[in-house]
Ligand binder design. Structure first.
Ligand SMILES: [Zn+2]
Length: 691
């Protein structure tokens, strides 16, 4: 198949990305945007932003907050518009042309921002304002501080040779990160496990069979049903399939993503760790982890490691005890084998049914996607007073995407929320929130366009999509992030919504998960898809009790990933690194049980190697969990999980506040103090485990 080459002479007027968008609420006109429009739009947007920066840096007037910081905040708007639409498609609906462009654009973007953050004229102006910050309000002072720190951490204060090398490293790292995630995507797209007959389907409840049929249909495969490497497909298969041989096959493919073959990420990881270590040293830090965490709530790798280590010992002890119980189950059934990694989820599911008196597939028929979306909305209505109205007139990037308008209690428009829920081959695995536009009110009030992307399985043959309890939690989690952006009420774009430290950003999302399991929400929204009956009280009680079940395993697979991430980035010398051997040695040091594999092995650890964002920062989820477990206690202590006064403080200091304060200050304003890890250990059922 051939396509016309993108026209190099495309005039701005002909490019839908560069025109003003007269769509509802200025959403990108996706139907009019083709892959060929992005390259010329990026060219124009880079040039425009460079011009704005040169004007700010080169002006004659003495530096002030208004002519420098506020001017910077007003610059680059075309670039942010084009890039937001582009990265939405990269993650949620890509094709060969988009992915090819991503390989080109990501290093250019890095080089572009590095050039700004190392601009000497600009840095001199920012430093001068910082030396005499007269007449600034609290938010302006915070924005100024963030600019200064960002420039300093980019190397603006270093000599020309160091800055040159940093720019080279930045560009190379960006290219490697893109290569890494594209290889993982290729492995995920390229593999399916056919389930051809009743024997292959043994043990799978009806909703999983329907999902497997839908996955085969969607990919146009000849097999009637398939398992894919998306987490929503492979994890339930591992839990329910009675075919040990097929479980092993699926599991081995799943944990080998990005390893071996044409998609091997080994060399990419080695080079990334080497370059990150060099970059950290140029910036005056002994390791990449020291550099990254200096600007996080944890502040030092030692603090992050101390939390993980504290949780590791009881979690491991609990996991080993569960392993023993599962092995007994196998032996009692006459199974002549030792529990393996591909058996864990299967026997854990059966142990859960036995211990918590839950029957196979008993929960899922009550968790219909549409009802869970409504439950997430109702939670926000009760906490923050917002209302949601479906909109069918807003352009979307795929027919499956749904849009809602979000309004405040007084009817004020707050933003648009896009929900893209179903897995498809053009989508990356996992679940995430991002935005097409952020909130700000520097000149006029700009309201955000926020989206959630999930990888749920469709219901086949017209039946509703049913979620696992994990899927429903993911839905609440990502909607929590979405609210952080939708409720944002700050002046400056830099600190809007989720523009906070990486180890603080999971607080609004993980906290939000807690409302899913409340009887108030489950009774109203967990309704059986065939009978329409609400989830019985006894089942709600069992579901809540089952939450601590298998937490040893869940904590071990997470903490192992977080520690390996920190270990890679604690290297002071990363010459001739062998990532596979390094990972093995790191796991041996902590006594990783053989039957548990890291939640994300290095070759497909997109958080850490698909870009810099969560590098040396995967611990952030647990750091945030210390906060959110303690924060939910604030509601429980009042006896009402929707307590008005607590919800009001939560809105004021967390969900609407963006990065207008340091994380410590924001949390203390909400809770009156900083948290300890006690609530987290309690929640995971690990408080009383002796290791
Ligand atoms: Zn999250």
């Amino acid at each position: 198949m051939t396509h016309a080459a993108p026209s190099p002479t495309l005039a701005p007027g002909d490019n839908p990305l560069l025109r003003s968008w007269d769509t509802p609420h200025g959403a990108p006109p996706f139907a009019a945007i083709g892959p060929e429009h992005f390259a010329p739009a990026f060219d124009a947007a880079f040039a425009e932003h460079r011009g704005e920066i040169a004007a700010i840096a080169g002006q004659k007037s003495a530096p002030t907050f208004a002519n420098t910081i506020a001017a910077l905040e007003r610059s680059g708007r075309t670039l942010s518009r084009v890039a937001s639409a582009f990265f939405c498609l990269v993650g949620a609906h890509s094709n060969e042309a988009i992915l090819a462009l991503e390989r080109e654009v990501v290093p250019r973007l890095t080089a572009h921002w590095d050039a700004i953050h190392m601009n000497q004229g600009l840095f001199a102006r920012i430093a001068a304002i910082k030396d005499a910050p007269a007449g600034l309000d609290a938010e302006q002072a915070r924005v100024l501080e963030r600019y200064f720190v960002t420039f300093r951490r980019a190397g603006a204060g270093l000599d020309a040779a160091a800055r040159g090398r940093l720019a080279e490293i930045g560009e190379r790292l960006a290219g490697l990160g893109t290569q890494f995630s594209q290889r993982v995507l290729a492995d995920e797209q390229g593999w399916t496990l056919p389930l051809d007959d009743e024997q292959d389907l043994a043990g799978l409840p009806e909703h999983l069979r329907a999902a497997a049929r839908a996955a085969a249909q969607e990919r146009g495969l000849t097999s009637p049903a398939v398992v894919t490497l998306s987490r929503s497909s492979v994890e339930p298969f591992l839990a329910f399939s009675r075919r040990r041989d097929l479980r092993e096959k699926a599991f081995r493919a799943w944990i080998a993503r990005g390893e071996g073959g044409t998609s091997d990420n080994t060399a990419v990881i080695a080079e990334m760790v080497l370059l990150r270590t060099e970059k950290a040293k140029l910036l005056g830090y002994p390791t990449w982890a020291d550099y990254r965490l200096d600007d996080a709530m944890a502040k030092t790798p030692a603090a992050a490691r101390a939390l993980l280590t504290k949780v590791w010992a009881p979690a491991r002890a609990r996991a080993l005890a569960d392993r023993g119980a599962m092995q007994e189950m196998i032996t009692a059934e006459g199974g002549n084998f030792a529990l393996a990694a591909w058996d864990w989820r299967h026997y854990a599911e059966r142990l859960r049914q036995e211990r918590c008196d839950l029957k196979e597939g008993e929960i899922e028929p009550y968790l219909q996607l549409d009802r869970m979306i409504a439950a997430a909305f109702e939670t926000a209505r009760r906490l923050f007073g917002i209302t949601t109205t479906p909109r069918s007139d807003v352009p979307v990037w795929h027919p499956d995407v749904r849009v809602w308008e979000i309004r405040a209690a007084d009817g004020r428009h707050l933003g648009l929320f896009f929900g893209d829920y179903f897995a498809r081959p053009s989508k990356r695995s996992g679940a995430w929130m991002s935005s097409l536009r952020d909130q700000e009110k520097l000149d006029t009030e700009v309201r955000p366009l926020v989206f959630n992307v999930m990888n749920f399985s469709k219901g086949a043959d017209g039946s509703p999509a049913l979620l696992s309890h994990d899927d429903a939690r993911t839905l609440f989690h990502e909607f929590g992030h979405a609210l952080h952006a939708l409720l944002s009420d700050v002046t400056y774009p830099l600190i809007s919504g989720t523009g906070v430290a990486t180890d603080f950003v999971e607080l609004p999302s993980q906290l939000y998960e807690q409302w899913l399991d409340t009887p108030e929400i489950l009774k109203a929204f967990a309704v059986h898809h065939r009978t329409g009956a609400p989830m019985p009280d006894a089942l709600i009680a069992k579901l809540r009790a089952a939450r601590v079940f298998n937490q040893g395993f869940a904590t071990v697979e997470y903490v192992a990933s977080a520690l390996v991430d920190l270990d890679f980035h604690a290297l002071t010398d990363a010459e001739s690194l062998d990532p596979a051997a390094f990972e093995r040695a790191a796991l041996d040091r902590i006594g990783m049980p053989e039957e548990i594999v890291m939640r994300h092995r290095s070759p497909h650890f997109n958080h850490v190697f698909g870009g810099d964002h969560y590098s040396a920062a995967y611990y952030s989820y647990m750091w945030s969990e210390v906060l959110d477990a303690d924060a939910f206690n604030a509601f429980q202590e009042t006896g009402d999980v929707f307590d008005r006064a607590t919800a009001e403080r939560l809105y004021r200091h967390i969900y609407s506040a963006g990065g207008s304060r340091t994380p410590d200050d924001a949390y203390t304003a909400f809770r009156g103090r900083l948290p300890t890890a006690d609530a987290l250990l309690q929640r995971r059922g690990l408080a009383d485990v002796t290791a």
